[in-house]
Design a protein around this ligand. Sequence first.
Ligand SMILES: [Ca+2]
Length: 117
Amino acid sequence: MHSSEISYTWKRPYACSPPALFDTMSLLPTIDSKKASVPLSERELKEIFMQFDTDHNNVLSKEELKKAFKYLGAMIPAFRAWRGINCADANGNGQIEFDEELDILVKYAYKLGYTVK
Ligand SMILES: [Ca+2]
């Protein structure tokens, strides 16, 4: 690294397509800075997502994911669910399976900076 400008640690360790342009654009309204609050850890996010598997089949459907993102305070839960599935659905069946795909989803959600209400 030649300068501090290019030494930031933005990484995309998993396949996430298309590029995260829309996420970057919608990052500001996602992080609600009106309340001083503590960011959720990856572990806490994972526990929240697991709670939204309401039929306990160890799979998150798009509907369940939408509810989870709504709970987390997403501005547009349907969009987040769609993006989350795009990101994390490794086998392409439109759902998020525990734990492998869920872990990718958690990393996606963690990046968005959700906080405890
Ligand atoms: Ca899947």
